[in-house]
Design a protein. Structure first.
Lengths: 346, 306
């Protein structure tokens, strides 16, 4: 690693990173422009929503000026921009709290779900992909193909409902919707907002077990989709690597087969795999909207749908900005990793 | 110059000749070979058959469906499977089988319109960016990246929130979020084509950019784009169904499959068929598009290995 990072290379990497940051900034501005424009085409009159329809025209006009709606559109955009950059996403009509506070409150629940789902996807999907690449056309390869096809074709909300019917209603193997059973609610202080971590901090193992059992179904379901994607991608990366000559060299030298596959070949897949994992993490945020609605999981997805159904535009756009920014950050991070770790990408 | 006429003993020989006499014959021969390749992939043929069946069902819905899909009949609500109601009846006594049959029209409507809107936008943006390069490319690709920076469903949700729920608005929202990948693909293809000799030759003959792009570059982008659009259809069906499920797509009482699943939610414990049947329909159709897309990729886009 050290000999790769000569001064010249380092300089090149720095300029490339700066370019990347410029691109990301432009994209972020565009993201805000889109949410701003979406906020302008709403058929609901934002002034009316504040003053109510019984307000006199004088009150209405005063509110309109106070909200800056009499200014030209580009000025409104700059006002919007500066308030978003200050972390002010407006006030939620539904909860009467600042949108950003709301999002901070609900976000850990989504992160907990998405993190466990990613773990599931990584620890099941990658081995499945590796094994099906090693034995192409074998039983595992067929299984991974079917798993992949189902992952691309099954509506997640439907699968979630079926899982609830089977595992909760019929056989009672797993708990139903929610983060914990109702009589465990509010026992553990929400210090971090991550239920499992909070339980560990409070050393309350009973609630921990309950919370974990509530996580199993939604996390596995979400994880299934990332597993389907990861296993297909791992398979094609591995096939590409196993064709290379260094694999042949290693085999000729007598390196153990498991080491050739899991060490050499998979090791060289790790950089593109990190990108794929990062991308699938972004997709999970999307899948969480539908999953959280079904499992009554109090995360960002449920918050977004509730705001949508109540026409709470500030919350909707605030959530959209947050999700878009996370997506952008994840992409930036994986691009950066590529540049730093893969000499060919420099 | 002597006119050379070859006689062919069969159509097959005419198609497979090494020395085609016309562009038409060459194209027909290539299509024939592609078709043979495609027919070898049984799963892709199955996918195509399902889609053909979907189109057939949608066209003849009034003749196939035994009941009115919207008329409520509270005397016969929540009935299980029977000879009269193949898939049972829902919470308002409507025949689920008939609703699924009529719902196929909505599904086709959504994917048809999204393809008609998103694919041309993507191909135009991509080919223009790729052909001109420079500042045009930069601006267009930055715009594309901005749209790619949102997860699809989230951006679609935001648009539907602004435009108001309804199937037309769902179609607009999905189209707005669907075109950027097509632009990326078309741009990539264009960049590899634009400096080739045949494009230079056309330019020397005096063809302008519009003619070159629309007449010579776009047709060459089509095959990889068709593959991508077909594979995307599955995702579009799932997104539309998801919007319907959240109550933001097609509105009741219209028999949209996602909305049907959503309205059946309250009855799942004792009346599982309310959600099982429409969900299966969504699954089967998106599976069919995935199978067909995989098959088409093998025929049209052999570069990408799977």
């Amino acid at each position: 690693m050290v000999q790769f990072l000569t001064k010249k290379r380092f300089k090149k990497a720095t300029t490339q990173t700066l370019q990347l940051i410029a691109i990301v900034l432009i994209t972020f501005l565009g993201l805000l422009l889109i949410t701003f424009l979406i906020g302008r085409v709403v058929p609901i009159d934002p002034v009316l929503a504040v003053v109510g329809d019984k307000a006199s025209s004088e009150v209405y006009e005063r509110a309109r000026i106070a909200m800056g709606l009499h200014l030209p559109l580009w000025q409104q955009f700059f006002i919007y921009l500066s308030s978003v950059l200050r972390g002010d996403l407006g006030t939620s009509v539904l909860t009467a709290k600042p949108v950003l506070d709301d999002i901070f409150r609900v976000f850990p629940a989504t992160m907990e779900l998405a993190f466990l789902a990613t773990l599931f996807g990584v620890f099941v999907g990658i081995p499945l992909g590796v094994l099906s690449a090693v034995k192409r056309g074998g039983l595992l390869d067929h299984i991974s193909r079917v798993v992949g096809l189902l992952g691309y074709s099954l509506p997640i909300f439907w699968l979630a409902l079926l899982a609830l019917i089977v595992f909760y209603a019929k056989f009672d193997l797993l708990p139903g919707p929610g983060r914990v059973d109702i009589f465990y609610e509010g026992i553990v202080d929400p210090i971090t907002g991550f239920m499992l971590i909070d339980c560990i901090l409070a050393r309350d193992w009973e609630v921990f077990r309950n919370a974990l059992s509530h996580l199993i179904m939604p996390a596995t379901l979400l994880g299934y989709y990332s597993m389907a994607y990861l296993s297909r991608m791992t398979r094609s990366f591995m096939i590409e690597q196993l064709r290379q000559e260094y694999i042949l060299t290693a085999r000729v030298k007598g390196v153990a087969e498991w080491k050739v596959i899991w060490g050499h070949a998979l090791g060289n897949c790790s950089i593109p795999l990190i990108t794929v994992i990062a991308l699938s993490f972004g997709t999970l945020l999307e899948g969480s909207v539908l999953t959280e609605t079904i499992f009554a999981w109090p995360g960002l997805g449920l918050y977004l749908t509730n705001s949508l159904l109540n026409a709470d535009m500030n919350s909707v756009l605030g959530s959209t900005i947050v999700v878009g920014s996370i997506f952008l950050a994840v992409n930036l991070f994986s691009d950066f990793l590529y540049k730093v770790m893969d000499p060919r990408a420099r | 110059m002597t006119e050379k006429t070859t006689t062919y003993s069969s159509t097959k020989e005419w198609l497979l000749t090494d020395t085609p006499a016309s562009a038409l014959q060459a194209a027909a021969g290539r299509a024939y070979l592609g078709l043979l390749e495609f027919l070898k992939n049984r799963l892709a043929v199955l996918g195509l058959m399902i889609i053909v069946a979907l189109v057939f069902v949608a066209l003849f819905a009034p003749y196939i469906a035994p009941f009115d899909p919207i008329l409520t009949d509270l005397k016969h609500r929540l009935l299980p499977f029977s000879a009269e109601h193949f898939f049972g009846t829902d919470e308002l006594g409507r025949d689920i089988f008939s609703r699924i049959i009529w719902g196929s029209r909505l599904t086709l409507y959504v994917i048809g319109l999204v393809a008609i809107i998103a694919a041309p936008v993507g191909i135009i943006v991509g080919t223009v960016a790729g052909y001109f390069g420079g500042i045009v490319d930069m601006v267009l690709m930055r715009i594309t990246d901005i749209f790619l920076a949102f997860p699809k469903l989230i951006l679609a949700l935001a648009f539907v929130a602004a435009l108001g729920p309804g199937i037309e608005n769902a179609i607009i929202a999905i189209s707005i979020t669907s075109w950027p990948p097509y632009a990326r693909i078309a741009r990539g293809e264009t960049i590899t084509i634009r400096n080739s000799d045949f494009i230079r030759a056309i330019r020397l003959q005096g063809a302008g950019p519009i003619r070159i792009i629309s007449g010579h570059i776009m047709p060459l982008c089509l095959s990889s784009l068709i593959v991508r659009v077909t594979l995307d259809m599955a995702g579009i069906i799932l997104t539309a169904a998801g919007l319907g499920f959240l109550g933001l797509g097609a509105q009741p009482p219209s028999p949209e499959w996602g909305a049907m699943t959503s309205s059946g939610r309250s009855y799942i414990l004792d009346h599982w068929w309310l959600i099982t049947m429409p969900g299966t329909a969504i699954f089967v159709v998106s599976l069919a598009f995935n199978l067909l897309g995989d098959g088409l990729r093998e025929v049209l886009d052999p570069k990408s290995d799977n």
